[in-house]
Design a protein around this ligand. Sequence first.
Ligand code: XCC
Ligand code: SF4
Length: 655
Amino acid sequence: MADAETKSIDKATIKMIEKAASDGVNTAFDRAETMKPCPIGSVGSCCKHCGMGPCRVPLPKGKEETPEEKQKRRGICGATAETIAARNFIRMVAGGAAAHSDHGRGVAELFLAVAKGEAPGYEIKDEQKLLQLALDWGIEIGDRSNNEIAIDVGQMALAEFGKQEGELITLRKAPLKRQELWRQQGVSPRGIDREIVEIMHRTHIGVDQDYKSLLRQGVRASIGDGWGGSMIATELQDILFGTPAPILGKVNLGVLEKDEVNIIIHGHEPLLSEMIVAAAQEPEMVKLAESKGAKGINLAGMCCTANEILMRHGVPIAGNFLQQELAIVTGAVDVMVVDIQCIMQSIATVAECYHTKIITTSPKAKIPSATHIEFDEHNALASARAIVKTAIENFPNRGSNIEIPEEQNNLVAGFSHETINYLLGGMFRASYRPLNDNIINGRIRGVAGVVGCNNARVKHNEAHVTMVKELIKNDVLVITTGCNAIACAEAGLMVPEAAAKYAGEGLASVCETVGIPPVLHMGSCVDNSRILIAATAMVKDGGLGDDISDLPVAGAAPEWMSEKAISIGQYFVGSGVFTVFGVTWPTLGSDKVTEFLFEDFEDMYGGMWAFEPDPIKAAHLMIGHIDKKRKALGIDKARERVLYDMEMRRELDAV
Ligand code: XCC
Ligand code: SF4
């Protein structure tokens, strides 16, 4: 194992990588060293869509390719490098959109069960948001009860998944001009599931063999994710569990407690974790824990579940994607309970080296050597109690090889769209006006959505933190979700004091006035839909153009790895946002496909992809795009004046 310091910028992570090495435990960091990525697959040039392959059709070697060579450089079925790269790319979109949307479906099913009174323990927490959604969807309110309204909302939400024609009802949230553009481009999704299935069909051998046509379907399915499945997940989760509001939390492996029962909740759906939070607070459970010699029960989150329960309950975050094995390496985790997505199978083998029990809970996501306690939404508290009890009973089995790194940071999370609206405008005139005004007057240069995973191919958290620091230094307000949010929190960027320390003068002055950090935590992966809503609110407030593509905004996923990240990036782009990814780019095997995504998409959608592994350069691509949009809006001069004022102020201060 090479020097642990080359693996992460985070001290707690480095310490646990070292402990893993001395404990003889193999982690993703080790495997990333020994397993090199396949150079053909990584650029999207390997097709295994039928039994005649896999076929490898890389870029031509020399510059000039003869017509004869061109004929030969194909898969057995004749598929070209373009077709293969485009097919692989949109299958990633399908995988990501399916994951988010199936999560959304699960929420909708629980929502309906709650409305019908069939899921004891849950209730509707945000009535205002329920009524707003009912209004948006044309559901009668009158003097009907919340549950009656919610039954209609739940049924309508579920129907969006299997809808066969027309348009998703949730598209209505988008700016009118964007909705019109989607219709013109033929990418308004009909039903969430339908567009995903159609990708699987079109990419089967011998179906769609025009890369432009394939990529269009990718856009369509991704919009069904961001403006459909993910948005439904976020909206219904807010109604059920409460819309997040600013809350103080703690982050990093140091949140684990030496003398308490530690339960890590890892995965994505807040359905079960909400109940575990409730169960862990029950006096009988606390008593049971004490009877086993523990001082209490300590919950901590991991990955997106962490973001969900932090935002709503202040439960601390133990870490992001690449820290999941390392949490177990502390020796202090009594149970790691998981549901779906981003759960490494190796947590089960790492757990075998310690006393940790892994509990799977979803019928969709099992791991052979883990304990399976299936989550029953009709009896959720019972499932949650069984899990908490297992952890308590495992506490006495802890070995002596325990080391909890002391690192932990404070953060403020919970910046839902509603919160931003309220914080900026105040309760009686909630609006985005102050944000738009500060963008127009140039104190804030623009807004960047920086999101996405960790990737074991690059130094943990480095690209996230470097990019975000560079953006805020240049007066770009950053909004974030997922593992990027956790990385920023671990680096201390999510406290109001970070503004004075890291942000440019303009952004810092706004943060100081409003009392917010320069990096706003908006939630989990599905909560990227909140970013779409925030962007739409900026459009609707006026002064910054009439579509998302007019806004001085940009998106990025500097350490992406999951198919979900590709789907998210694709719906950002399809919504008009310039979006840059780091690490690697999955269509480099075809120049035409890459050019189409990076250049032609701008004319079609007003947003386009870019690939730049260097986080500073990537940040400047985003800033360049933001400045281009400022210029088009005619607000570039205002910023120069603000900077000039600041320069003068500094000079005066110096006198
Ligand atoms: Fe997973 Fe959502 Fe990626 Fe983190 S960021 S590694 S998808 S947990 Ni959404
Ligand atoms: Fe090869 Fe075509 Fe089969 Fe793909 S679909 S594996 S390119 S023959």
